[in-house]
Design a protein around this ligand. Structure first.
Ligand SMILES: Nc1ncnc2c1ncn2[C@@H]1O[C@H](COP(=O)(O)OP(=O)(O)OP(=O)(O)O)[C@@H](O)[C@H]1O
Length: 275
């Protein structure tokens, strides 16, 4: 998915500024735990990048560096042209508002309706807490309903989140992320808890919305086939290092599987899951 970036290049002859830039980024936790080591890449606006790798390879750390939850121990991470690790206060809040997030475990409030969960995505633009759907301004409730319509769940708007299926809950979580009107959408293993049919549905939804809104997506996955089907580009991580970085269309199933090259029994089991 390169329409935005390639259109801009065609019009101006200049490649657009990347939405995400890693330059020699390293993240260590104490002595000896290098979650990420010397990672460099640029992510083009409007592209869909998949981070592929087994458990512990550094995918979540990469996403957390992008949304400023971690700061790099060494090197630089910039998002939308700013070094997010050094941004503070309002500037950091503004940047974070432009970065939507979707998680493996959905992180909805179970006792709230689907619509109220989506409304919480707008809390960053409101003052003070809101308890109950009717405490949100009408314009926010209307926007939330529009987002629920986009993910095909308007008819479930008053259903408590806990009564929805996993796939439906993830669609509500996508709608909530869209309330921020993000430029960048980060998805951390968004389909790892879903059955294959729901997983495809959610990936199709994220991909379709990203295309419509020109969103830049960075999505971690551990399933090779999903990565090849939905990503424009695959960045493979192993042991905190980039071991593959190429257009998804140019990567064979076997090449992608090499990311899971076995060095221990644990990884053997993981590489079977990755198929
Ligand atoms: N806060 C932390 N403190 C200590 N070590 C950490 C911390 N966060 C991550 N790590 C370590 O960094 C490495 C990379 O972890 P990360 O969560 O980024 O991997 P991942 O590819 O997302 O794995 P998973 O799919 O299991 O979430 C692992 O060895 C992990 O144990």
């Amino acid at each position: 998915m390169e329409p935005l970036a390639s259109a801009e290049r065609e019009l101006t002859g200049v490649a657009p500024e990347p939405h995400v830039r890693f330059r020699g980024a390293t993240k260590s936790f104490g002595k000896g735990i290098h979650a990420l080591e010397d990672v460099s890449f640029d992510i083009t606006p409007g592209s869909f990048t998949v981070l592929l790798g087994l458990s512990g390879s550094g995918k979540s750390t990469t996403l957390r560096l992008i949304n400023g939850l971690h700061t790099p121990t060494d090197g630089e991470v910039s998002v939308l042209g700013e070094a997010i690790g050094t941004a503070r206060g309002h500037r950091l809040q503004d940047l974070r508002r432009q970065i939507g997030m979707v998680f493996q475990q959905f992180h909805l409030v179970n006792s709230m309706s689907a619509l109220e969960n989506v409304c919480t995505g707008a809390l960053g633009e409101l003052r003070g807490p809101r308890i109950g759907l009717m405490m949100y301004p009408k314009r926010i409730r209307e926007r939330a309903l529009e987002q629920l319509e986009r993910v095909g769940l308007a008819d479930q708007r008053f259903q408590r989140a806990e009564n929805l299926s996993g796939g439906q809950q993830q669609r509500v979580a996508v709608a909530r992320a869209l309330m921020q009107k993000p430029k960048v959408l980060l998805a951390d293993e968004p389909v790892a808890s879903l059955d294959p049919k729901s997983a495809h549905q959610v990936m199709r939804l994220i991909s379709g919305i990203a295309r419509e809104d020109g969103l830049t997506v960075v999505c971690s996955l551990h399933q090779v086939e999903l990565a090849r089907e939905w990503g424009d580009r695959i960045i493979g991580l192993r042991g905190g290092r980039v071991v593959l970085d190429a257009d998804a269309a140019d990567i064979s199933h076997e090449q992608a599987l090499e990311i899971y090259a076995t060095v221990s029994g644990r990884e053997d089991a993981e590489s079977e899951r990755a198929l």
